[in-house]
Design a protein around this ligand. Structure first.
Ligand code: T5A
Length: 239
């Protein structure tokens, strides 16, 4: 299928998964990737912040809270610096090869976390996004929508007992409620790109909703032609 899809002027397809903490993005990316790979489709799974060695270094600093004292604009610049390297070294080359890229968070997370929840002006972030992302916008963004208390509880249940919450998990519930509203507002503003998925359902039901959305929005991926097969919980390739 390499070179055959040509959506958005590039051979590959770019899908992003967004939502609050513990919404199930990694779980569902692994399931979709396994389904596509099982049918012999070339897939890259990746994440933000991170996804390339330099961006992973920036991720470690951001999630440790090292940039927090400098404020949300400094954090947005660091997320952007990581994104530039990730786009240049992993995402754009994979799309140019005709691969399907599944990315756990992308620029909508900057809009929601540093913008709506962090207080940065949308116009400022839109300018930054234009410079950083340019034409490499997602073909489809799946917004996993979940009550933030439930998402944080999932994330904490998964963490080891002695793991402290990271920089953003540690924010108050009110911050996470603003995030949820921000993601829903992005979906409402860009319905052609975004599909909202009820992430409060059991994993199989969430997967079914995602498969339906992907099949409907990206017919070029020919997802409905792929038979159901056993799943693998694959970690992010580049993480
Ligand atoms: N950030 C990121 C910014 O502030 N600005 C930016 O520009 C960017 C790109 C990244 C942090 O950086 C911030 C946002 C984040 O705070 P992270 O560790 O990558 O940090 O955080 P998350 O992306 O939120 O990752 P999580 O792993 O916490 O969430 P996921 O991937 O959404 O959830 P997942 O799949 O790992 O599932 C969590 C737990 O729930 C279970 C899973 O088994 C797992 O135990 N689960 C379910 N349980 C019940 N029902 C379901 N349907 C379930 N689905 C999964």
């Amino acid at each position: 299928m390499t070179g055959q899809i040509l959506t958005g002027g590039r051979p590959g397809l770019f899908l992003t998964f967004e939502g609050g903490e513990g919404a199930g993005k990694s779980t569902q990316i692994a399931r979709l990737a396994a389904r596509l790979r099982g049918a012999g489709r070339p897939v890259v799974t990746t994440r933000e912040p991170g996804g390339s060695p330099k961006a992973e270094d920036i991720r470690a600093a951001l999630l440790a809270g090292l940039a927090k004292p400098y404020g949300p604009f400094a954090e947005a610049l660091l997320f952007s610096a990581a994104r530039i390297d990730h786009l240049d070294t992993l995402i754009r080359p994979a799309l140019a090869r005709g691969e399907t890229v599944l990315c756990d968070r992308f620029s909508d997370s900057t809009r929601a976390y540093q913008g709506a929840a962090g207080g940065l002006e949308p116009a400022l972030l839109a300018s930054l996004e234009r410079v950083v992302v340019g034409p490499t916008r997602p073909d489809l963004t799946l917004i996993l929508d979940l009550d933030p208390a439930m998402g944080l509880a999932r994330a904490r249940a998964r963490a080891a007992a002695d793991d402290a919450p990271d920089r953003f998990e540690a924010e108050a519930l009110e911050f996470h409620a603003r995030l949820r509203a921000a993601f829903l507002a992005i979906a409402a503003a860009e319905p052609g790109r975004c599909a909202v998925i009820d992430a409060g359902a059991p994993p199989d039901a969430v997967e079914a909703a995602i498969l339906a959305a992907v099949a409907a929005r990206l017919p070029a991926l020919r997802l409905s032609e792929i038979p159901t097969h056993s799943r693998a919980e694959a970690p992010h390739d580049a993480a």
